[in-house]
Design a protein around this ligand. Structure first.
Ligand code: HAM
Length: 430
């Protein structure tokens, strides 16, 4: 029989520890920043009823029309792996009514999303988002607060080259007028548009802006701009937002082409973009979606949110690694059976105290154990043979400084804890 080769699915990645360490750091920074803005974590299921996404995101969007992982379960229900988090968090908000206890709800979540897109650099079929949603305030102060949080996050990640792009998509009062204008503009552009956009030009003309096909991009580059069509209320909202951002010294550029690929937005939309990632230039995107809670059967509550693409952020910090890599605090190099057995017990005792301790499962010589300690990046190595064990002493070697001291084994824990404390203090000073 041929050997069966089972590799991962295209667009689905394995994240090995070195990259996962970067993710942990990004996530920790996000939690730290979000929590000082009063956001609390929510976890929602990966699987939802298909209708939740098709109604929220919109039938004509790329996501719903061709990118969802949808299947029928054993009970015959149509289910979909979430392509984004906003619809799910909104569903949870409506279902559990947390607003009854407190009218402003600020919720964040971190987890995988699924879209059947064409995989390429920075674009995957399973990808992770750090997502934040604020329910219950119509803005524009909450818009500015939300955007400020996204900007703080990128600053705390050291990504100063990321540029905030801002737009307003108007509201149900003024957007229909713009749509009509756009329809008129697109009406005779049929031959220059792709097949999908020829259809959308009439049914949902805003979606033509999302298309990645060159011909369609050319056509929309000369399209009328929504900014000229905003009603007074939307114009004032947008101007106040810009004033708040300027007061906070947050730079932005106005980008009237920024319609975002989801139907639920109204008024403010924004994206954090960089030139360092090639075609996939958006590291985060979001906007206001005042109509979605009601559309999904909830009360008429406004909302705004954004999501950060974790893989894209990780790619941006790949070379700089602006965080400490984790490394063992101690490797116990035991020589001889008795020392080996003691090492096992010490390791478990020190681990209970929170130290990362490694030892050799086998019975390698000193050279091979030192090599292992080195490869793991252990800070210190305790060397004990059966003779030292009998004398109650061992040698503690500092691997970076290449210094070693004799230690009384009974004092090992205190000595180690003292050394590690000094080291941590030094590292946080450096
Ligand atoms: P989105 O623009 O579709 O918005 O996705 C947000 C971010 O997720 C993008 O800027 C990008 O960094 C990342 N991303 C999207 N698709 C992929 C992919 N295939 N591979 C890798 N990264 C990707 C939303 O999803 C909205 N739910 C954001 C939002 C929250 N709006 C309001 N609240």
């Amino acid at each position: 029989m041929e050997p069966l080769e089972i590799a991962s699915i295209k667009g689905f990645r394995d994240i090995f520890p070195e990259e996962a360490r970067a993710w942990q750091w990004i996530e920790a920074e996000a939690r730290r920043v979000f929590e000082v803005f009063g956001f609390l974590e929510i976890k929602t299921p990966l699987l939802e009823k298909t209708e939740l996404f098709s109604r929220s995101i919109g039938q004509e969007t790329d996501i719903v029309s061709k990118e969802m992982y949808t299947f029928h379960d054993i009970g015959g229900r149509s289910l979909t792996l979430r392509p984004e988090a906003t619809a799910s968090v909104t569903r949870a908000y409506i279902q559990h009514r947390p607003y009854q206890a407190y009218p402003i709800q600020k919720l964040y979540s971190i987890g995988p999303m699924f879209r059947h897109e064409r995989p390429q650099k920075g674009r995957f079929r399973q990808f992770y988002q750090i997502n934040a949603e604020l329910f219950g305030d119509p803005g524009p102060k909450s818009d500015a607060d939300m955007i400020c949080m996204a900007v703080f996050l990128f600053q705390s990640l050291g990504l100063d080259h990321v540029i905030l792009n801002l737009n307003s998509l108007g509201c149900p009062v003024c957007r229909p007028r713009f749509k009509e204008e756009l329809k008129g503009y697109l009406a005779d552009k049929g031959p220059r548009l792709c097949e999908d956009c020829q259809r959308r030009a009439d049914s949902n003309p805003l979606r033509v802006f999302d298309c990645k096909v060159d011909g369609c991009r050319e056509v929309v580059s000369e399209a009328p701009s929504i900014t000229g069509f905003l009603c007074q209320a939307c114009r004032e909202h947008f101007e106040s937002l810009q004033n708040y951002l300027s007061d906070l010294d947050i730079p932005f550029i106005l980008n009237s082409q920024l319609v975002r690929g989801l139907d639920y937005y109204n008024r403010t939309t924004f994206e954090m973009q960089t030139e360092r990632l090639g075609a996939q230039n958006a590291v985060a995107g979001g906007g206001r979606y005042d109509g979605l809670v009601k559309l999904l059967g909830g009360p008429d509550h406004p909302a705004i949110g954004f999501a950060v693409g974790l893989e894209r952020v990780a790619a941006l910090i790949e070379d700089s690694r602006p965080f400490q890599d984790k490394r063992p605090d101690l490797f116990i190099a035991a020589l001889g059976e008795a020392a080996g057995n003691e090492a096992f017990k010490w390791a478990e005792a020190l681990r209970r105290k929170g130290l990362w301790v490694e030892f050799d499962y086998g019975s390698g010589g000193l050279k091979s154990q030192m090599k292992k300690a080195d490869r793991l990046g252990a800070r210190q190595v305790l060397i004990v043979g059966d003779n030292e064990l009998a004398a109650g002493r061992g040698v503690l070697r500092h691997m970076l400084r290449k210094e070693q001291v004799e230690v009384e084994l009974k004092d090992l824990r205190t000595v180690l804890e003292g050394m590690l404390k000094d080291e941590t203090e030094r590292e946080s000073r450096d």
